[in-house]
Design a binder for this molecule. Structure first.
Ligand SMILES: [Zn+2]
Length: 688
């Protein structure tokens, strides 16, 4: 949620295998340094449709490859990053690394995924062991134990914004809301295969269609795994997931950290959420010693726990089996992997074919051993010079933000002092982390992909559990250097800008300042501003949950942001589906603030000299076009609908359009009343 781009794009298809694939080309000849003039459509008036003005030619001349649900600047760079990572993996494999070294693990993990013949030969046998264990569950107590054993560290509310897990619940280990010096346990709702409760409950035609195809998909997966009566089982599983979804919070509400701040002692669970045998659940999860938890969505815990009591043991066992099969289908024989892709890739995201296997293998290595390849990646592709220049730019942006805060007329001096303290204690990581993850407890075997992934998830989980109660490392990263994204970590008061996003077209040391500030500068400003957005405002300079705003400051902030939410509520990508201004509010605030601060930084960087022209574009015009070109995309309808319903980030078209809130944009393009994006000065949302 605090990222610059949606995580959903990376998690849709297979176990630990994202959806990003083949490459897209820019339309026309590349512009060597600066904005892409070739990608613009000059027949569109910037004041009518800024997104198409900046990207129209690229959109017209780009074909969405069959293996993609969407493409954009992020996915184009991710392709490059994947190719480089694949080359690094190939080099590592060739060098025949010593047994049990981290690099040996990379080679063995990748090769075990690529060896499709071995996967086919083993068939369902790796799965069988676990299915047999489910079959022997003979009462609700053993069920509770098995559900606990399934808990994984696979959610992340405030950094990457991962609110979905198909397990009954998800664990997030992070600094405490009230003790930011130590790691505490956050528990979040789960249990659904489909991306969000809306998929089960919405009356929209498109959701009805997906549900109608989901049940046959469940049956097909069970049948492929050798189950009898697959149809009847599928119907009961869907009914159970439907009931679970009714207890879930929607995304916009889950994003409200004040509603998430619920501390339960372990003993509280039995009284506040009766039904599940919690003692046995926590024993299965290896958390018997954990005294308390922050329960993110209490009503979901109450509802789901009650369903454990009220729904038959046989249905729960089928649910467990189906969720296990689904979670590992991507690394099981082709028949299962294909059936999973048919539904989750084609029906849910609109992709026509799977990404190339090597690319899925790279995603898998990134997920399980990301820091090992990340270390080599950073060494090879991120020079000390590039790091120093990017650090200087961040320094300028922070200075611009500080000035903006000082100049605010509506903010109380005390609030300003804390806001400035937050800027002073902000840790900004550029390129790569200072320390790397240790994977020594993760056992990787040649030709055992199922076991490797199983052990990888378990070892991630055990590492997170082992951190509980330990002092927080504020400089720890939550992204690898080869990730094309950026993130604000509110509980650590820290930012990460991985090496892979600090390259053209976002950042080019040889491009004019206007282009760099318009592209990566607005991204940096976006992340800094999360420090002060609707959620950032809840955390003080030490990362504690503390209201450091005066009532009148908060009132102004809430009025201004409500106006922005209302603006986004009016955007309708489809006649039956509008954006949710509340769900996307934090990201939309960050976009407006990021442009404002970066524009200041850009102007300051000129030191009073005129900006160089690029073609017929002035410096100010280049700045805004570069921003608009961050958001050019092509997305299939199913994927776009999924994004609107499940992503805190607005679709690219509406992100580009937010320039309408910035006075300097009107001056740069001489935008007049009557043009479609025109807002009267009083209607423009000004927050920072
Ligand atoms: Zn963001």
């Amino acid at each position: 949620m605090k990222t610059i781009s949606g995580f959903w794009k990376f998690v849709v298809v297979c176990v630990a295998v994202g959806t990003i694939a083949a490459c897209a080309q820019n339309a026309g000849a590349p512009d060597p340094h600066g904005v892409s003039l070739a990608n613009m459509d000059r027949s569109v008036k910037p004041g009518d449709d800024f997104y198409r003005f900046a990207n129209g030619n690229w959109i017209k001349h780009t074909e969405l490859p069959g293996d993609r649900a969407s493409i954009d600047v992020f996915s184009r760079l991710a392709d490059l990053s994947d190719k480089r990572t694949a080359d690094l993996i190939a080099e590592i494999a060739k060098s025949d690394p010593p047994a049990s070294s981290a690099t040996r693990k990379v080679a063995d993990l990748y090769n075990s995924y690529m060896n499709e013949a071995a996967i086919e030969t083993k068939g369902l046998s790796p799965l069988r062991l676990h299915l047999d264990a489910i079959a022997t569950i003979h009462d609700k107590r053993e069920l509770a134990h098995a559900l606990g054993e399934g808990l994984r560290a696979d959610v992340d509310a405030l950094n990457n914004g991962v609110f979905h897990t198909a397990n009954l619940f998800g664990l997030w280990v992070a600094p405490g809301f009230h003790d930011s010096e130590h790691y505490v346990a956050y528990l979040m709702q789960g249990g659904l295969q489909l991306p969000d409760r809306e998929y089960y409950l919405s009356d929209r035609e498109s959701m009805h269609k997906i549900r109608a195809q989901y049940q046959p998909h469940i049956a097909a997966m069970l049948e492929l795994a050798g189950f009898s009566d697959a149809e009847a089982r599928a119907s009961r599983i869907l009914e159970l997931e439907h009931a679970i979804s009714q207890s879930h919070r929607g995304l916009a509400e889950s994003e409200d950290i004040h509603k998430a701040d619920n501390t339960w002692s372990q003993a509280d669970f039995a009284s506040k959420a009766p039904g599940l045998d919690w003692t046995e659940y926590f024993r299965g999860a290896g958390l018997s010693q954990q005294g308390s938890f922050i329960v993110w969505q209490p009503e979901a815990f109450t509802g789901e726990s009650a369903l454990v009591a009220s729904t038959s043991l046989e249905t729960w066992k089928d649910w467990l089996a189906f969720h296990l099969i689904e979670a590992y289908a991507g690394i099981l024989p082709k028949a299962l992997a294909d059936e999973r892709f048919e539904f989750f890739g084609k029906t849910l995201s609109g992709a026509q074919q799977q990404r190339p296997r090597w690319q899925r293998g790279v995603s898998l290595v990134n997920d399980q051993l990301g820091d090992v390849v990340g270390q080599s990646y950073a060494q090879r592709y991120f020079s000390p010079g590039a790091k120093a220049q990017a650090e200087a730019m961040v320094g300028n942006l922070i200075a611009a933000f500080r000035k903006r805060i000082e100049a605010l007329t509506w903010m109380d001096p005390k609030t300003k002092a804390e806001a400035k303290a937050k800027l002073s204690t902000l840790y900004v990581g550029i390129g790569y982390p200072e320390t790397w993850h240790d994977y020594s407890s993760f056992e990787v075997k040649a030709d055992d992909i199922f076991g490797n992934i199983w052990r990888g998830h378990l070892s991630d989980y055990q590492r997170e559990v082992a951190r509980l109660g330990k002092p927080v490392d504020r400089k720890e990263w939550c992204m690898t250097p080869q990730t094309v994204n950026a993130v604000n970590l509110p509980l650590q008061n820290a930012l990460n800008f991985p090496a892979a996003i600090l390259q053209p077209p976002f950042y080019d040391p040889r491009a004019p300042a206007a282009a760099n500030y318009g592209a990566i500068g607005t991204v940096i400003g976006h992340e800094i501003s999360h420090t002060f957005d609707s959620e950032g405002a809840a955390f003080d300079s030490q990362g504690r949950v503390r209201n450091w705003w005066t009532p009148s400051d908060l009132q102004h902030f809430e009025a201004a942001t409500a106006q922005l939410a209302a603006q986004y509520d009016t955007y309708k990508p489809f006649p039956d589906l509008a954006l949710n201004g509340k769900q996307t509010l934090g990201e939309n605030i960050a976009d407006v603030a990021g442009i404002a601060a970066s524009f200041d930084g850009y102007r300051a960087s000129l030191s009073g000299k005129p900006a160089p022209m690029q073609g017929d574009l002035t410096g100010d015009q280049q700045f805004f076009v570069a921003f608009g070109q961050n958001w050019g995309d092509k997305t299939r309808e199913a994927a776009l609908r999924q994004q609107v319903m499940t992503d805190p980030h607005s679709p690219g078209e509406y992100r580009a359009a937010t320039v309408r809130n910035i006075d300097a944009w009107y001056a740069a393009f001489n935008v007049q009343a009557g043009e479609k994006l025109y807002l009267a000065p009083a209607e423009r949302v000004r927050i920072w």
